[in-house]
Design a protein around this ligand. Sequence first.
Ligand code: AMP
Length: 214
Amino acid sequence: MKIIMLGAPGAGKGTQAKKLAEKYAIPHISTGDIFRANIKNGTALGMKAKSYMAQGQLVPDDVTIGMLLNRISEADCANGYVLDGFPRTIPQADSLTSALLERGGQIDYAVNVDVPDERIVARMAGRRACPECSTIYHIEFNPPQQEGLCDACKQSLVLRDDDKPDTVGKRLKVYHNQTQPLIEYYRNENILVTVDGTKNMNEVFADITKVLEA
Ligand code: AMP
């Protein structure tokens, strides 16, 4: 199964992507995580991405598309994957569609996790990330077992630069201008599934799997 997650930054699509990947035993591919790992390791790709990310801007398509298409060519993607954070622009979506067509495949579902902007801003301020394994927590809605520490690696959790309120405002603007048009794009392809992302994370997950398994 090949799934795309759509939704504003902070809508909870990463959390749902992780749960879907576990349930269907397919890789969870987050372009944001790939960029962050490259920044951490000081690679050339990380250098290119860093300033765009810190400002809440998108990393240019010419960097992002090649990276993602390489990733989905790897052996673990043979039975499908959940894409989290890609595509974010129409050219990215077009490149993905053509690359899959060439291989005789297509995306099965584009899952849109719908949350209004006001809720997003409140949610992002409470988000905390593990700098080691990238797991995302929320101080109120999804707290770690021990305050401030990752459940898995026990590292101190941080508020990511791009989750700080100023940057969130910019990211929402970028989302509405560049990424939201993809909802129409996938509606036209008849693979759009929209769920109410304001519900709690288990309810959202149940709503998604109900449609995927119908
Ligand atoms: P995320 O973790 O998905 O919220 O992504 C964090 C940041 O990484 C974004 O704000 C962008 O700067 C960059 N990024 C992630 N995915 C993409 C993409 N598909 N296209 C361009 N930039 C991206």
